[in-house]
Design a protein around this ligand. Structure first.
Ligand code: UDP
Length: 336
């Protein structure tokens, strides 16, 4: 079986679907602090899926899972991921993302499980020294969230040297879109991301979308990011796991489309795809936003044979369908 930590969350749930649909039996481990039981229930409908509620900060919780099931490998998502919150509450980030992962790795070593795919981030690069960013770009994070992910990258290297634990570290750029069939999606109680925030201005009354600064050194003055579709990203996790099984070798890959889109371009694409006028205003820059970030993903393409296929339009359409489902549910209508 494959253990997926954090599969009740956004990227974890999409990856779980990919593994299930490719015939894998999975165990979900999630504390449901940011994940949702409704997502777990959707996943359970799709195949042989076990759910264990627990917290990585308790070593016994995770040891219990390895005792109970025969785990072949781990896909590790469980983490907090709000940059702003990590600045005001770094303790929460180090305790969960770093210490929690340490418990996970120790439980793996104790149970002789030696394969892990880790959800890392382009935030480990910090302020870009050049673009597109390849895997050799220096890692110098500018916030505790990025630091916590980089700490885990170091731990993984050391656990490989000492215990032969093999890992693939996947550094994502900006993740977008949702399951085409709207079974699972992006569901954060605090939403900070660009596309869901634009869509909330469409779905919720009296909400104006705010562009955080239009005076950056980019062609239209707004920040440029690389928006990779979540289903493409899910596929990359399975390819990474297969690579680990076949080669028994640790490695690191960027995951992005290699295409930069500005905030204004994404906003205009939303208006076009949804055929709606969206209320918008420009406000001050958000602290800590680099002007331009996009990936060189040549390595994932050539070694993992990964090819991101879904367009920004597709990501927006699927995210919109999900946002409407979520809104109906929040309005008291049943989950369907
Ligand atoms: N952004 C924005 N308005 C929002 C949310 C985000 O203008 O309501 C901008 C943000 O400043 C950044 C880009 O959109 O330039 C992507 O932000 P997001 O939070 O989605 O991802 P990040 O790149 O910070 O991980």
């Amino acid at each position: 079986m494959i253990l997926i930590t954090g599969a009740a969350g956004y990227i974890g749930s999409h990856t779980a679907i990919n593994f299930i649909q490719n015939g894998c039996d999975i165990v979900i481990f999630d504390n449901l602090e940011v994940g949702h039981i409704e997502i777990v229930n959707e996943l359970k409908k799709l195949g042989n899926v076990e759910f264990e509620q627990g917290d990585l900060r308790n070593l016994e919780d995770i040891n219990r899972v390895f005792d109970k099931y025969s785990i072949d490998g781990v896909i590790h998502f469980a983490a907090f991921a709000l940059v702003g919150e990590s600045v005001t509450n770094p303790s929460k980030y180090y305790r969960n993302n770093v210490y929690g992962t340490l418990n996970l790795l120790d439980a793996m070593v104790a149970h002789d499980v030696k394969k892990i795919v880790f959800s890392s981030t382009c935030a480990t690069y910090g302020e870009p020294k050049y673009t597109p960013i390849d895997e050799e770009h220096p890692q110098s994070p500018i916030n505790p969230y990025g630091n916590s992910k980089l700490c885990v990258e170091y731990m993984l290297k050391d656990y490989d040297t000492a215990y032969g634990l093999k890992s693939i570290r996947l550094r994502y750029f900006n993740v977008a879109g949702c399951d085409e069939q709207t079974r699972v999606g992006e569901w954060h109680d605090t939403e900070t991301h660009l596309i869901p925030n634009i869509l909330k201005s469409v779905c919720e009354e009296n909400k104006t979308f705010k562009i955080f600064g239009d005076d950056y050194d980019t062609p239209d003055g707004t920040c440029i990011r690389d928006y990779v579709n979540v289903e493409d990203l899910a596929q990359a996790h399975r390819l990474a796991y297969l690579y680990l099984c076949e080669n028994n070798k640790s490695d690191v890959f960027n995951l992005g489309t290699e295409q930069g889109d500005s905030v204004k371009e994404v906003f205009n694409t939303c208006e076009k795809v949804l055929n709606k006028k969206i209320s918008v205003e420009t406000v001050e820059r958000r602290a800590g936003d680099p002007a331009k970030l996009y990936a060189d993903a040549t390595k994932a393409k050539s070694i993992l044979k990964w090819s991101p296929e879904r367009t920004l339009e597709k990501s927006i359409t699927t995210a919109y369908n999900w946002e409407r489902k979520l809104n109906k549910m929040k309005a008291g209508k049943q989950w369907q």
